[in-house]
Ligand binder design. Structure first.
Ligand SMILES: [Zn+2]
Ligand SMILES: [Zn+2]
Length: 139
C-alpha cells in the first residue's frame, strides 16, 4: 500500500491518482457540484459572484476551469486571471498579450540556440581542419 500525506489537509491516506485524501476529494466534488448548480441558475454570473454565491474559493473555481471541468461556454462571464499579468481572460492560462510575448521570447531563444550551434559547428570544423592539416603535414 502506498501511503502519502494529503496536500490539502495533511492526513495520511492511500495514494490515488487525484493526490488527495477521500475526504478532501469529496469536498472538492461538493464544491464542483455547487458551482455547476449555481451556474445553471445564474449563467451570466462572473467569477466573484460565483465564488460569493457558492462559498467556493476563486482559486478552486479557477482550477475547475483550467481542468476543463467547468466549460467556459457554460460560464461565459466567468473569467480567469492570466498567469503572467493577471488580466482576466476567457480561456487558457495566458492572455493574448502574454501569449504573443511568450512566442516572441521563444523564437528568440531558438535563434540563440541556432547561433550557438552554428558557432559550435564552425569550431568543430576548425578543429577537424587543424587535425587533418597535421596529418597532411606529416605526409
Ligand atoms: Zn485531505
Ligand atoms: Zn497576461
Amino acid at each position: 500500500m502506498n501511503l502519502s500525506n494529503c496536500p490539502q489537509c495533511g492526513k495520511v491516506y492511500v495514494k490515488n491518482s487525484y493526490n488527495l485524501c477521500p475526504n478532501c476529494l469529496r469536498e472538492i466534488e461538493d464544491q464542483y457540484r455547487k458551482c455547476v448548480d449555481y451556474l445553471r441558475k445564474n449563467r451570466s454570473c462572473n467569477l466573484h459572484e460565483l465564488s460569493d454565491g457558492t462559498g467556493v474559493p476563486i482559486r478552486m473555481i479557477t482550477r475547475f476551469i483550467r481542468e476543463g471541468r467547468i466549460a467556459t461556454k457554460d460560464a461565459p462571464n466567468v473569467l480567469t486571471p492570466c498567469e503572467s499579468c493577471g488580466e482576466l481572460i476567457k480561456e487558457g492560462t495566458l492572455c493574448a498579450n502574454c501569449k504573443s510575448q511568450l512566442a516572441k521570447d521563444f523564437s528568440h531563444m531558438q535563434e540563440d540556440e541556432k547561433r550557438k550551434a552554428e558557432r559550435q559547428n564552425a569550431l568543430d570544423f576548425g578543429n577537424t581542419y587543424m587535425k587533418d592539416r597535421d596529418k597532411f603535414d606529416k605526409r
